[in-house]
Design a protein around this ligand. Structure first.
Ligand SMILES: Nc1ncnc2c1ncn2[C@@H]1O[C@H](COP(=O)(O)OP(=O)(O)OP(=O)(O)O)[C@@H](O)[C@H]1O
Length: 317
């Protein structure tokens, strides 16, 4: 069962260059959250800060009784075992075959006998659909398979929290759909707390329980998927609907003249598209964190865009 991660007032800069400041959010235990934001807004820096690879300037990261920002290197080493991280390119060792790559954390962090390691590696490779590829080198398999191998490796220590850094980067839409289904199925099976950094709007709209958006050095919004997908807040609306109309420009923020010109031309953002049904586990058994479609909107008296939750939009089988 996953653990809750509470981020409070987190601030990070590199020298004089601020990345983001005063970020506060809670990743609910066992739920899937997605973090979005324009390129260069510091999403990867956020993941690295969460796992203790980068130290924040200020703020707290609370897991149970620990504040990760206050731990010594030795204590951090222990707490890091709570995390499994899928890095962008899978971060596999090129000279090791898939089996040894996946076994690596077990050999490094545990004293398990090789027989037990074999059973665990086999189970994780099975989970990600890579049984049979054990003897291949990373260079001999496709990008999608490398991601799945990286995912198997992220899972071998049975993490309570799994961080995914752009799991869909470089994958075609079909592979992305399969990977998204795998993420949902894994969350159902291992019940860990997931945080996914992605640029893929379809992933953000259909996979998570919660969505966060970093923009212009701060967290613009974080909350349940239905809250953000029904939001008319200009930055959230523009980003989640991949539109040009709104405050976000090509480089970053549009300047006042550009926004004035848009307003004077009477350019209105198009209506919000329907909220799709959330992707379901492929065996039909619900995830623990799953909520019925439309629940958040009903509880909060928000009228979702017309056509929301109709049909089977979120399902990939
Ligand atoms: N170790 C570092 N030292 C100095 N600057 C860094 C370091 N790591 C990241 N940065 C800077 O921090 C900013 C945020 O980078 P980051 O990679 O987190 O953005 P991102 O939102 O993940 O971008 P993308 O969506 O393009 O992957 C960038 O300006 C980057 O150059």
């Amino acid at each position: 069962m996953g653990v809750e991660v509470r981020v409070e007032g987190l601030t990070k800069s590199f020298g004089a260059q601020p990345v983001w400041s005063d970020v506060s959010l809670t990743l609910p235990a066992g739920e899937i959250s997605v973090l979005l934001g324009p390129s260069g807004t510091g999403k990867s820096v956020f993941l690295k800060t969460l796992v203790g690879l980068l130290r924040p300037d200020r703020g707290a990261i609370r897991i149970g009784d620990h504040d990760l920002t206050r731990l010594s290197e030795r204590e951090l080493y222990e707490v890091r075992k709570l995390f499994g991280v899928l890095f962008q390119d899978g971060a596999l060792f090129g000279s090791m075959n898939i089996y040894d790559n996946v076994a690596f954390p077990l050999r490094e962090h545990t004293r398990k006998p090789e027989r037990e390691i074999r059973a665990i590696v086999g189970a994780k490779l099975d989970m990600v659909g890579l049984l049979g590829a054990e003897r291949k080198l990373p260079g001999e398999i496709s990008g999608g398979m490398r991601k799945r191998a990286g995912l198997a490796r992220a899972l071998v220590l049975d993490p309570e929290i799994v961080l995914f850094d752009e799991p869909d980067s470089g994958l075609d839409p079909v592979r992305t759909a399969y990977l998204n289904q795998l993420i949902i199925d894994l969350n159902q099976q291992i019940d860990a707390t997931f945080l996914i950094v992605t640029h893929d709007i379809n992933t953000a709209r259909t996979v998570p329980d919660n969505i966060g958006l970093i923009y212009h050095g701060h967290l613009a919004m974080f909350g349940p998927r239905e809250m953000l997908l029904s939001s008319t807040e200009p930055v959230v609306r523009q980003f989640l609907n991949a539109q040009r109309i709104g405050p976000i420009g090509m480089a970053e923020e549009k300047d006042a003249d550009e926004l004035k010109a848009e307003a004077e031309a009477g350019v209105e953002p198009p209506p919000l598209p329907p909220i799709p049904v959330q992707l379901q586990p492929s065996d039909g058994r619900p995830r623990r964190a799953e909520r019925p479609p439309g629940r958040w909107c009903r509880d909060n008296r928000v009228t979702p865009p017309p056509g929301s939750f109709d049909g089977d939009l979120g399902r990939v089988r």
